[in-house]
Write a protein that binds this ligand. Structure first.
Ligand SMILES: Cc1cc2nc3c(=O)[nH]c(=O)nc-3n(C[C@H](O)[C@H](O)[C@H](O)COP(=O)(O)OP(=O)(O)OC[C@H]3O[C@@H](n4cnc5c(N)ncnc54)[C@H](O)[C@@H]3O)c2cc1C
Length: 469
């Protein structure tokens, strides 16, 4: 029995669906009776065919992929667990956040930032840009749809998702399509490490994804665990709100000025890399950083043995771009501690023997990918870190129509590259599929879906995903 539903069609880009039997608002009473009977017997079967690619995640990467596909006339469906686009930016970041990198390295394909934005747009400006990006390409994700698992059945990708909208009737739905684009991001879940004694600490403990502003911490002693870009910026925000922050620097870290020699450090690095080998560029960056910031090791922030760019390319570890935190460390407004030995009821003991009382702890301990928790295919992504196994720039394509966008450890620049490649690749297969449908114009492709299997009565495509490059 067919069990296709068009209800989701109102939420997705047109024209998403094949011409399947649907329930619509123009039904006759007889039709309605039939539908009622059908929906009773179909309660265990809610299956939706998606004509174009299924994209999981409506962050910048999912939007970029959908836009590049749309530009080629290919519809897609984005499934997003949250209730908005760019949920990382809208729901999980602090108020004072600006793009860490200059805007020209952060714009998505096919649409530049509007004129007049500052070099480092605020998160509100970035979100507004993404909203108009989605509007421009008529991208309407299905919100409140959390993908629970996705697997390839030999012919199609079957994506099972739980509906998290309170008003939604059915809780689980299966989306079936030829292409699956993973766009759930490198930062899908907060990393909360087990630190000895953390359960004994009587103060507030929160991850940076729940931190909004230092306003709530005025005059409070706050320990920030982690010294990446977020940790350093949260310390500065706490200082600006008259809190007393301390930062844990467990490891080595590269701190670079955000601008050097009249240019953004990131832009300068990109330019120098055109002419010089990476190690030479690293030496230039470290020399200028030393002249501008002094010896950071003396402030408790020792540098790694490898240079900032080499370290980034080998381990993905991003250098901190300083926006004023170092000056606050130098002035003593922010204290620096080494690794934590254990938490106590009122504070923490550190490996150098010091101990201190705190009112709150902010874990700036980063994020991780969640792909292994829902993607059943084990070839493309590493189960260890949830990132593509193939190194950059080859991690965007898997087998059988599986793709990844935004997993390059190169931020939004990497996203743009992936999205364009994926759209080019799918376009070739799409054209073959469309051509074969034209040839069979008198027998439209009909896909019969029963509760647990899907069969094509007409072959819609002879395209072999893996032979298209
Ligand atoms: C504080 C901070 C500042 C940053 N600044 C910059 C910067 O200046 N420049 C830069 O290039 N990069 C920056 N980044 C990196 C940034 O994460 C990416 O550039 C960008 O957000 C990545 O977009 P994305 O779409 O790949 O992932 P995300 O933005 O994380 O979007 C992924 C989406 O997938 C959804 N999702 C996850 N799992 C599921 C599921 N199972 N089912 C359905 N939906 C799911 C999520 O809800 C989310 O909406 C920053 C990151 C952080 C944390």
């Amino acid at each position: 029995m067919d069990c296709w539903r068009e209800s989701e069609g109102k939420r997705v880009h047109d024209p998403l669906f094949y011409h399947f039997p649907t329930t619509d608002n123009n039904n006759t009473d007889d039709d309605k009776d039939d539908d009622d009977k059908e929906s009773e017997s179909d309660s265990d079967c809610d299956c939706v065919a998606v004509e174009g690619p299924i994209i999981v995640g409506a962050g910048p990467s999912g939007l970029a992929a959908a836009a590049c596909l749309k530009e080629k006339g290919i519809p897609s469906l984005i499934l997003e667990r949250s209730d908005c686009i760019a949920s990382l930016w809208q729901r999980k970041t602090y108020d004072r956040l600006r793009l860490h990198l200059p805007k020209q390295f952060c714009q998505l394909p096919l649409m530049p930032f509007p004129c007049g934005l500052p070099a480092y747009p605020t998160k509100q400006q970035f979100v507004a840009y993404l909203e108009s990006y989605a509007a421009r390409f008529a991208i309407r994700p299905a919100f409140g749809v959390a993908v629970a698992d996705a697997s390839f059945d030999g012919q199609f990708w079957r994506v099972r998702a739980h509906c998290c909208r309170p008003a939604a009737g059915k809780k689980t739905r299966e989306y079936v399509g030829r292409w699956l684009v993973v766009a759930t991001g490198e930062n899908a879940e907060p990393v909360v490490p087990e630190i000895a004694g953390i359960g004994e600490f009587s103060g507030e403990v929160l991850h940076t994804s729940a931190y909004r502003s230092g306003e709530a911490y005025r005059r409070k002693r706050v320990l920030v665990v982690g010294c990446g870009n977020s940790g350093m910026e949260v310390c500065l925000d706490l200082c600006n709100h008259n809190a007393q922050p301390s930062v844990v620097v467990r490891d080595t870290v590269h701190v670079l000025p955000r601008e050097m020699l009249g240019s953004s450090t990131f832009g300068l690095s990109m330019w120098l890399l055109k002419w010089l080998p990476m190690r030479a560029v690293d030496r230039v960056l470290l020399l200028v950083a030393r002249l501008m910031l002094g010896d950071t090791a003396r402030l408790g922030l020792p540098r790694p043995r490898l240079g900032p760019l080499e370290l980034k390319s080998l381990s993905g570890k991003t250098p901190v771009l300083d926006v004023g935190t170092l000056a606050k460390i130098r002035s003593g407004d922010i204290k620096v501690f080494p690794a934590i030995r254990r938490f106590t009821e009122h504070g923490a003991e550190f490996v150098d023997g010091r101990s201190e009382d705190f009112d709150a702890v902010v874990l700036a301990t980063g994020y991780r990918s969640n792909v292994p928790s829902w993607l059943m295919e084990r070839e493309m992504f590493s189960e260890k870190d949830g990132l593509p196994k193939k190194p950059f720039p080859n991690g965007w394509k898997g087998q059988h129509g599986l793709y990844a966008v935004g997993f390059t450890k190169r931020g939004l620049l990497g996203t743009s590259m992936d999205a364009a490649r994926i759209a080019d690749d799918i376009e070739q297969c799409w054209k073959v599929q469309k051509a074969s449908q034209l040839v069979m114009s008198f027998s439209l492709p009909v896909i019969n879906v029963s509760a647990s299997n899907i069969t094509t009565t007409t072959t819609t495509s002879s395209c072999d995903h893996d032979h298209i490059r």
